[in-house]
Design a protein around this ligand. Structure first.
Ligand SMILES: [Zn+2]
Length: 250
Protein backbone atom coordinates (compact mmCIF):
# COMPACT_ATOMS: atom_id res chain seq x y z
CA UNK A 1 0.00 0.00 0.00
CA UNK A 2 1.14 3.51 -0.79
CA UNK A 3 0.99 6.17 1.92
CA UNK A 4 -1.70 8.77 1.44
CA UNK A 5 0.57 11.81 1.14
CA UNK A 6 2.62 10.02 -1.50
CA UNK A 7 -0.45 8.96 -3.44
CA UNK A 8 -1.79 12.50 -3.58
CA UNK A 9 1.67 13.74 -4.61
CA UNK A 10 1.74 11.19 -7.44
CA UNK A 11 -1.71 12.33 -8.62
CA UNK A 12 -0.42 15.89 -8.89
CA UNK A 13 2.74 14.77 -10.66
CA UNK A 14 0.66 12.76 -13.16
CA UNK A 15 -1.59 15.74 -13.80
CA UNK A 16 1.50 17.87 -14.50
CA UNK A 17 2.76 15.12 -16.84
CA UNK A 18 -0.58 15.23 -18.65
CA UNK A 19 -0.59 19.02 -18.91
CA UNK A 20 2.95 18.94 -20.37
CA UNK A 21 2.31 15.93 -22.67
CA UNK A 22 2.95 17.84 -25.88
CA UNK A 23 6.51 18.61 -24.83
CA UNK A 24 7.54 14.95 -24.52
CA UNK A 25 8.16 12.29 -27.18
CA UNK A 26 7.24 9.35 -24.91
CA UNK A 27 5.89 8.23 -21.53
CA UNK A 28 7.24 5.76 -18.98
CA UNK A 29 5.04 4.14 -16.31
CA UNK A 30 6.36 3.45 -12.81
CA UNK A 31 4.37 1.62 -10.11
CA UNK A 32 3.58 3.94 -7.19
CA UNK A 33 4.62 1.21 -4.77
CA UNK A 34 8.10 1.21 -6.31
CA UNK A 35 8.50 4.94 -5.66
CA UNK A 36 7.96 4.25 -1.94
CA UNK A 37 10.66 1.54 -2.04
CA UNK A 38 13.10 3.73 -3.92
CA UNK A 39 12.80 6.52 -1.35
CA UNK A 40 13.48 4.03 1.43
CA UNK A 41 16.49 2.47 -0.35
CA UNK A 42 17.87 5.95 -1.03
CA UNK A 43 17.75 6.84 2.68
CA UNK A 44 19.10 3.47 3.83
CA UNK A 45 22.23 3.92 1.71
CA UNK A 46 23.16 7.42 2.95
CA UNK A 47 25.42 9.19 2.36
CA UNK A 48 25.93 7.14 -0.83
CA UNK A 49 23.98 7.34 -4.03
CA UNK A 50 22.50 4.04 -5.24
CA UNK A 51 22.13 2.62 -8.73
CA UNK A 52 18.95 0.62 -9.37
CA UNK A 53 18.45 -1.62 -12.38
CA UNK A 54 14.88 -1.64 -13.72
CA UNK A 55 13.14 -4.11 -15.98
CA UNK A 56 9.72 -4.22 -17.56
CA UNK A 57 7.13 -6.97 -17.74
CA UNK A 58 5.66 -7.98 -21.06
CA UNK A 59 2.40 -8.52 -19.18
CA UNK A 60 2.06 -4.91 -18.13
CA UNK A 61 1.52 -3.07 -21.35
CA UNK A 62 0.49 0.59 -21.10
CA UNK A 63 -3.28 0.71 -21.53
CA UNK A 64 -4.45 1.95 -24.89
CA UNK A 65 -6.63 4.73 -23.51
CA UNK A 66 -3.64 6.04 -21.56
CA UNK A 67 -1.11 5.94 -24.40
CA UNK A 68 -3.65 7.58 -26.71
CA UNK A 69 -4.23 10.42 -24.25
CA UNK A 70 -0.51 11.21 -24.42
CA UNK A 71 -0.11 11.32 -28.18
CA UNK A 72 1.24 14.70 -29.26
CA UNK A 73 3.21 16.32 -32.09
CA UNK A 74 6.54 15.11 -30.62
CA UNK A 75 5.40 11.53 -30.00
CA UNK A 76 7.54 8.59 -31.07
CA UNK A 77 6.80 4.95 -30.38
CA UNK A 78 10.31 3.65 -31.07
CA UNK A 79 12.44 5.92 -28.88
CA UNK A 80 13.74 3.41 -26.33
CA UNK A 81 13.81 -0.28 -25.35
CA UNK A 82 10.86 -1.35 -23.25
CA UNK A 83 8.73 1.54 -24.44
CA UNK A 84 5.02 0.91 -23.95
CA UNK A 85 5.53 -1.30 -20.87
CA UNK A 86 5.36 -0.54 -17.15
CA UNK A 87 8.46 -0.95 -14.99
CA UNK A 88 7.98 -4.15 -12.99
CA UNK A 89 11.26 -5.14 -11.39
CA UNK A 90 13.84 -3.16 -9.49
CA UNK A 91 17.12 -4.21 -7.97
CA UNK A 92 19.75 -2.16 -6.17
CA UNK A 93 23.00 -3.06 -7.92
CA UNK A 94 25.52 -0.51 -6.69
CA UNK A 95 26.25 2.36 -4.34
CA UNK A 96 28.89 5.06 -4.39
CA UNK A 97 29.47 8.73 -5.10
CA UNK A 98 28.28 10.63 -8.14
CA UNK A 99 31.10 9.12 -10.23
CA UNK A 100 31.57 5.60 -8.85
CA UNK A 101 27.86 4.78 -8.57
CA UNK A 102 27.76 4.18 -12.34
CA UNK A 103 30.55 1.60 -12.30
CA UNK A 104 29.07 -1.77 -11.56
CA UNK A 105 30.78 -4.34 -9.35
CA UNK A 106 32.13 -7.31 -11.32
CA UNK A 107 29.40 -9.76 -10.37
CA UNK A 108 26.94 -7.66 -12.38
CA UNK A 109 28.93 -7.31 -15.54
CA UNK A 110 29.79 -9.69 -18.30
CA UNK A 111 33.42 -9.13 -19.15
CA UNK A 112 33.08 -10.29 -22.72
CA UNK A 113 30.66 -7.52 -23.55
CA UNK A 114 32.04 -4.94 -21.13
CA UNK A 115 33.69 -2.86 -23.80
CA UNK A 116 30.55 -2.58 -25.89
CA UNK A 117 28.11 -2.14 -23.08
CA UNK A 118 29.85 0.51 -21.04
CA UNK A 119 30.58 0.64 -17.33
CA UNK A 120 27.13 -0.63 -16.30
CA UNK A 121 27.25 -3.74 -18.46
CA UNK A 122 23.87 -3.17 -20.10
CA UNK A 123 22.15 -5.73 -17.92
CA UNK A 124 18.88 -3.88 -17.30
CA UNK A 125 16.45 -2.03 -19.54
CA UNK A 126 16.33 1.17 -17.51
CA UNK A 127 18.60 2.59 -14.83
CA UNK A 128 17.75 4.85 -11.91
CA UNK A 129 20.15 6.46 -9.50
CA UNK A 130 19.55 8.69 -6.51
CA UNK A 131 20.58 12.22 -5.67
CA UNK A 132 20.33 12.40 -1.88
CA UNK A 133 19.77 16.03 -0.87
CA UNK A 134 20.39 17.27 -4.38
CA UNK A 135 18.19 18.26 -7.32
CA UNK A 136 17.35 15.54 -9.86
CA UNK A 137 19.41 17.05 -12.66
CA UNK A 138 21.91 14.95 -14.65
CA UNK A 139 25.62 15.62 -14.10
CA UNK A 140 28.32 15.08 -16.71
CA UNK A 141 29.03 11.49 -15.51
CA UNK A 142 25.26 10.81 -15.50
CA UNK A 143 24.89 11.87 -19.14
CA UNK A 144 27.99 9.83 -20.07
CA UNK A 145 26.74 6.66 -18.33
CA UNK A 146 23.36 7.04 -20.08
CA UNK A 147 25.00 6.60 -23.48
CA UNK A 148 24.82 2.79 -23.10
CA UNK A 149 21.28 2.65 -21.72
CA UNK A 150 18.85 0.83 -24.02
CA UNK A 151 15.82 2.16 -22.18
CA UNK A 152 15.92 5.42 -20.25
CA UNK A 153 17.82 6.86 -17.31
CA UNK A 154 15.98 8.14 -14.25
CA UNK A 155 17.15 10.32 -11.38
CA UNK A 156 15.37 10.44 -8.04
CA UNK A 157 16.14 13.43 -5.83
CA UNK A 158 15.14 13.26 -2.16
CA UNK A 159 15.40 16.22 0.22
CA UNK A 160 15.49 15.08 3.82
CA UNK A 161 16.69 15.92 7.31
CA UNK A 162 18.66 15.36 9.43
CA UNK A 163 21.30 15.50 6.72
CA UNK A 164 24.30 13.92 8.46
CA UNK A 165 27.01 13.50 5.87
CA UNK A 166 24.78 14.55 2.97
CA UNK A 167 24.15 18.32 3.17
CA UNK A 168 21.96 19.90 0.50
CA UNK A 169 23.78 20.62 -2.77
CA UNK A 170 23.18 24.17 -3.97
CA UNK A 171 23.71 25.80 -7.34
CA UNK A 172 22.78 22.95 -9.71
CA UNK A 173 20.99 24.35 -12.74
CA UNK A 174 18.48 22.61 -14.97
CA UNK A 175 14.84 21.73 -15.34
CA UNK A 176 13.38 20.02 -12.28
CA UNK A 177 10.16 18.10 -11.74
CA UNK A 178 8.93 17.84 -8.16
CA UNK A 179 6.87 14.81 -7.13
CA UNK A 180 6.19 16.24 -3.68
CA UNK A 181 7.05 19.42 -1.83
CA UNK A 182 8.32 22.64 -3.33
CA UNK A 183 11.80 23.37 -4.58
CA UNK A 184 14.19 24.15 -1.79
CA UNK A 185 15.17 27.80 -1.94
CA UNK A 186 18.81 28.37 -2.89
CA UNK A 187 21.03 29.19 0.05
CA UNK A 188 22.57 32.61 -0.02
CA UNK A 189 26.23 32.70 -0.87
CA UNK A 190 28.38 32.95 2.20
CA UNK A 191 25.50 32.12 4.50
CA UNK A 192 26.73 30.55 7.69
CA UNK A 193 26.26 26.86 8.38
CA UNK A 194 24.01 27.83 11.28
CA UNK A 195 21.69 30.02 9.17
CA UNK A 196 21.50 27.34 6.49
CA UNK A 197 20.56 24.81 9.11
CA UNK A 198 17.86 27.10 10.46
CA UNK A 199 16.46 27.53 6.94
CA UNK A 200 16.40 23.78 6.48
CA UNK A 201 14.58 23.16 9.71
CA UNK A 202 11.77 25.40 8.57
CA UNK A 203 11.13 23.22 5.53
CA UNK A 204 7.69 21.55 5.70
CA UNK A 205 7.74 17.82 6.50
CA UNK A 206 5.80 15.69 3.98
CA UNK A 207 6.31 12.35 5.65
CA UNK A 208 8.54 10.25 7.88
CA UNK A 209 10.68 7.48 6.46
CA UNK A 210 11.27 4.14 8.19
CA UNK A 211 14.89 5.29 8.65
CA UNK A 212 13.63 8.15 10.86
CA UNK A 213 14.34 10.86 8.31
CA UNK A 214 11.87 13.66 7.65
CA UNK A 215 11.14 14.01 3.93
CA UNK A 216 10.84 17.57 2.58
CA UNK A 217 10.87 17.06 -1.15
CA UNK A 218 10.94 14.39 -3.85
CA UNK A 219 11.75 14.94 -7.50
CA UNK A 220 12.02 12.57 -10.43
CA UNK A 221 13.04 12.89 -14.05
CA UNK A 222 13.64 10.46 -16.91
CA UNK A 223 15.70 11.08 -20.00
CA UNK A 224 16.79 9.26 -23.12
CA UNK A 225 20.49 9.09 -24.04
CA UNK A 226 19.86 11.54 -26.89
CA UNK A 227 19.11 14.13 -24.22
CA UNK A 228 15.32 14.40 -24.59
CA UNK A 229 13.11 14.12 -21.52
CA UNK A 230 10.67 11.24 -21.04
CA UNK A 231 7.33 11.90 -19.32
CA UNK A 232 6.77 9.74 -16.20
CA UNK A 233 3.41 8.46 -14.94
CA UNK A 234 2.88 6.69 -11.61
CA UNK A 235 0.46 3.78 -11.84
CA UNK A 236 -1.55 1.66 -9.38
CA UNK A 237 -1.95 -2.15 -9.23
CA UNK A 238 -4.39 -1.99 -12.15
CA UNK A 239 -1.80 -0.30 -14.33
CA UNK A 240 -3.85 2.91 -14.29
CA UNK A 241 -2.20 6.25 -13.53
CA UNK A 242 -3.11 7.80 -10.18
CA UNK A 243 -5.68 10.52 -10.90
CA UNK A 244 -6.87 8.96 -14.16
CA UNK A 245 -8.77 10.24 -16.13
CA UNK A 246 -7.03 13.60 -16.04
CA UNK A 247 -9.15 16.72 -16.26
CA UNK A 248 -8.12 19.13 -19.00
CA UNK A 249 -6.87 22.26 -17.31
CA UNK A 250 -7.58 25.34 -19.42
ZN1 LIG B 1 23.79 11.70 -10.74
Amino acid sequence: MVEEWLESAMKQYNQASYDAREAYPAILQMPGKLLGNLIQWCLEALPDEILVGLDISSERQVRKEVSQAFVGPESRDDLFAGQGYTISEAQVVNRGNSMTVHHLPEEWTDEIFGAERGPRGGRFTHWLHTHPNAPAIPSGPDAAAAQWTEGVDLILGVEFSPAWGAPWVDGVEGERRMVAGNKRPEGEKGQSWFRQRMAREKRPVLGKAATGHSIHGIELIAFHRSGVGVNILFVDENNLPYGWPFPDVQ
